[in-house]
Design a protein around this ligand. Structure first.
Ligand SMILES: Nc1nc2c(ncn2[C@@H]2O[C@H](COP(=O)(O)OP(=O)(O)O[C@H]3O[C@H](CO)[C@@H](O)[C@H](O)[C@@H]3O)[C@@H](O)[C@H]2O)c(=O)[nH]1
Length: 247
């Protein structure tokens, strides 16, 4: 049950909303890549039956677990529920991974190796060696700008602030007050990064290749972009004001 790396028990949390075309393949690739890891699929009652497919996989594989949630509540809420489940079940490492194959399970061993000298490993598209494949130029631009803006506003010493392929030491994550996290969409990733940095986590970035999904659609929406923009702006201005008052 313990990982070969000596890190302890590894749980990979995969949030799903309408990922019926991909979840079986991604779960199979993950099981082949890191056989000792467990997988938690956190499904928001996907209309396309992803939850049922996940149940069928869990019935035949003791390493696969399913969390059924009542409806679409956002990526952040699904991850928070997954983290709590993982911490309750005594996992030592909690991994975030998309269900659509964008985050290649074959790269997870490299993230886990890097975690041996870190509390948080960020799979990074924007460090040397990292890249994106088949992303529309407009989406790459949005993501690069989102990371750059977040880095600047929050003074974060990492390149890929919005990415969602990450490995945490559970012991470090329990030091963050997850009950305070309100971010729902993709800015959840920025929120956790800023909390980790300000809590003094050892953060390491590892280059990854992010491959655009071949099936299904991105759940990125205008509301997700707006939430990220206003939350990052408010966090940035609040911390600058606080620093000015203290100084
Ligand atoms: N349970 C649940 N899962 C969700 C929800 N919204 C999205 N997901 C799941 O979250 C994962 C990522 O969603 P995508 O819609 O595939 O993301 P993307 O557009 O490819 O975005 C990627 O880039 C973002 C910005 O850099 C990243 O923040 C994100 O993690 C991801 O890597 C997928 O597994 C998707 O099913 C939700 O409301 N509920």
């Amino acid at each position: 049950m313990r990982s070969d790396s000596g890190l302890g028990r590894v749980l990979v949390i995969v949030p799903t909303y309408n990922e019926a075309d991909d979840i079986t393949v991604v779960a199979g690739r993950l099981r082949a890549s890191v056989p000792e890891a467990h997988l938690l699929i956190a499904d928001d009652n996907s209309p396309d039956g992803t939850g049922k497919i996940a149940d069928e996989m869990a019935e035949s594989d003791g390493h696969i677990h399913v969390m059924h949630r009542p409806g679409k509540q956002g990526l952040g809420a699904a991850y928070l529920a997954g983290f709590r489940w993982g911490i309750q079940h005594d996992y030592d490492v909690l991994v975030e991974m998309d269900a659509d194959g964008s985050h290649r399970p074959e790269e997870l061993p490299r993230l886990l190796t890097a975690l041996e000298r870190a509390d948080l490993v960020l799979g990074s598209r924007w460090v040397t060696g990292g890249r994106v494949v088949n992303w529309p130029r407009s989406r790459e631009w949005l993501s690069r700008c989102g990371s750059a803006y977040s880095r600047f506003m929050l003074r974060l010493p990492v390149r890929d602030v919005t990415g969602g392929y990450r490995a945490f030491r559970a012991g470090a994550l329990t030091g963050l007050d997850l009950d305070e996290v309100r971010s729902q969409g993709y800015c959840f990733q920025v929120d956790l990064a800023r909390r980790a940095v300000s809590a003094g986590f050892r953060v390491v970035e590892v280059p990854i290749t992010f491959v655009e999904r071949e099936h299904g659609v991105s759940k990125m929406s205008r509301a997700i972009v707006v939430e990220a923009l206003w939350r990052v702006t408010v966090w940035g201005l609040t911390s600058r004001l606080g620093a000015r008052r203290a100084g």
